[in-house]
Design a protein around this ligand. Structure first.
Ligand code: FES
Ligand code: MG
Length: 571
């Protein structure tokens, strides 16, 4: 048997070998566990503070079983878990921190191959980014979505219906008692958001990149086949180590291009752009924001899931899941791209990929929307780009000119949005500043600002909104996001004033502030940067090193990889 990196710990016949083995033996491991077999790290993002991942200790047991069956040595370890709902000011602030945790936990330990257990939005990109910077054989086991929400006889979707219920509560269509009842009805099983929000988007991204076993993205968390795929993944990672099937052999440019096209077809989250860019950055695969438009925007929408459509992940699984989408998209994709199975997508789905419900997964030739992928906008308001998700926007607003109503920061927005005297109507463009990576800090999901009460009362449900923040993958609307450069570092977004005219033209990929360069230069002279949120700790490090959204919002010194060379001994 060839020598794996774990042999630099457990294979030593000296003092260090004693230290490395003896303390592991306190867990009851017999001698032959140290005989040079592949050591598989099960990187667990379990946490009760990340409800979407709270079942992952169970899933880890299934992975462990598979690793043992295949003759590997499983070792489960925790990393910082990022829960989308509880973590303030936003889980995104800590994505890069969790990626550092993942990277160093893998490299510094006797690990030959890695299983990433993921679920909630940021737990997928953070672990993939960290693992990519080490580049060992790696496989992802997603935690799976919750069962469909059920409320008063209707299906309700994670996140998506939070936005509609909030509007209903605001306008009095829903009582507070109904509101709290709906909470229990929405989240009624383990798993992550069951809309095509960011977690489901990330699960599909993983499968389309070739980083998980085929057919795994959509399996509900509580479906026994979720454990089955976990066990099979545990077996497979042991083989991957023997084959030296490293991440970099799978995450090629072709894999990233496939993921972009598939993201359009599934109606994936706008957050996809930022996370995929960051992962590519770690891998050293060139990918820029224009690639998302060039490769994705002409792709058809095939999957009818909230927030772009009507169904939920459980329906998607029963309808055929991602293999059916891959099959429909075959002519657009590089089906020869290698996956963790050691085979291509084409081989993986040779006997699968049937559509069982054409209301949920559409045919490539008769899509829901012909051109659905994320569009990248540029103009003086976003010199380095901004994004919009057309499939979740209002067609009538895709070309729009309106008067800016400016909120200087999120507190300003909350204080004034429902003021009856606020000078705003539905033709205006809502502008929110200071919610970018540096400004908030951490680029929270507040870009889909709830409309003013008086406008909602008219029955209006959408307006053009612009910010340097993100929006939840479960959200919808004509929302321009990720404006780069952001307002807090002096981007033109920070110079917008009430009453300025803003022109949006998605067809021509334009987002323009109708203010002369001369006037902007004048305003810039008087512009004062907002105070920095913190001067110490990780937040300080983050603010000083975070890249802008168009570059994936990674920390500048984390781009690239350090590889898997074994560091010096600890004693
Ligand atoms: Fe965790 Fe949506 S809150 S996936
Ligand atoms: Mg989210």
């Amino acid at each position: 048997m060839s020598k794996f990196r774990s042999a630099d710990w457990f294979g030593k016949k000296d003092k260090m070998g004693f230290i490395y083995r003896s303390w592991m033996k306190n867990q009851g491991m017999p001698e032959d566990m140290f005989d040079g077999r592949p050591v598989i790290g099960i990187c667990n993002t379990w946490s009760e503070l990340t409800p979407c991942n709270a079942h992952l200790r169970d899933i880890a047991e299934s992975v462990r079983r598979g690793v043992l069956e295949a003759g590997g040595f499983p070792v489960e370890f925790p990393i910082m878990s990022l829960g989308e709902t509880l973590l303030k000011p936003t889980a995104m602030l800590f994505r890069n921190l969790a990626s550092m945790d993942t990277e160093e936990s893998i490299r510094g330990n006797p690990i030959d191959g890695v299983v990433l257990l993921t679920g909630c939005d940021k737990t997928t990109p953070s672990t993939l980014m960290g693992a990519a910077s080490v580049d060992l054989p790696t496989i992802v086991v997603q935690g799976g979505p919750m069962l469909n929400g059920k409320y008063k006889g209707h299906d309700i979707g994670s996140g998506t219906n939070v936005w509609t219920f909030t509007d209903d509560l605001k306008t009095g269509k829903m009582s507070y008692a109904e509101f709290t009842e709906a909470e229990s009805c929405m989240s009624r099983s383990p798993g992550h958001c069951m809309t095509m929000g960011t977690a489901s988007t990330m699960a599909c991204m993983v499968e389309s990149l070739g980083m998980s076993l085929s057919g795994s993205a959509a399996i509900p968390a509580v479906d026994s086949r979720r454990k089955r795929i976990a066990q099979l993944s545990g077996r497979r990672i042991v083989e991957m180590v023997k084959e030296d099937l490293k991440m970099s052999k799978i995450l090629t440019r072709a894999a990233f291009e496939n993921a972009i096209k598939v993201n359009a077809a599934v109606g994936g989250s706008s957050n996809f752009v930022i996370h995929l860019t960051a992962i590519a950055g770690r891998m050293g695969v060139p990918l820029d924001i224009e690639d998302f438009d060039k490769l994705g925007s002409k792709m058809p929408l095939l999957v009818n899931l909230m927030p772009s459509g009507k169904f939920l992940m459980e329906d998607f699984y029963y309808a055929g899941g991602l293999p059916a989408v891959l099959k429909q998209m075959s002519s657009e994709l590089d089906m020869d791209a290698l996956t963790v199975t050691g085979k291509s997508h084409k081989e993986n789905i040779a006997d699968t990929g049937t559509i069982y419900n054409e209301a949920v997964i559409y045919n490539y030739n008769q899509p829901i929307i012909e051109q659905a992928g994320i569009a990248v906008l540029k103009g003086n308001l976003a010199l380095n780009g901004a994004v919009i998700k057309p499939s979740a926007a209002t067609p009538g607003l895709m070309q729009h000119r309106g008067r800016a109503v400016v909120f200087e920061n999120i507190e300003d927005y909350h204080a004034r949005v429902d003021d009856p005297d606020l000078d705003i109507d539905e033709t205006c463009v809502m502008v929110l500043k200071c919610v970018g990576p540096v400004g908030y800090p951490g680029m929270p999901e507040v870009g889909n600002m709830t409309l003013p009460k008086k406008i909602l009362a008219k029955g209006v449900t959408d307006m053009v909104r612009i910010s340097d923040g993100r929006m939840s993958g479960t959200a919808f609307g004509t929302v321009i996001l990720h404006v780069s450069p952001e307002s807090a570092i002096g981007g033109n977004l920070g110079l917008v004033q009430n009453g300025d005219m803003i022109k949006l033209d998605v067809h021509n990929r334009l987002i323009e502030l109708e203010v002369s360069d001369q006037e902007l230069a004048e305003r810039r002279k008087n512009w004062v940067a907002p105070p920095q949120a913190s001067n110490r700790g990780y937040v300080n490090l983050y603010i000083n090193h975070v890249q802008q959204a168009d570059k994936g919002a990674d920390l500048d010194f984390l781009v690239g990889k350090s590889g898997s060379d074994v560091p010096r001994d600890s004693h």
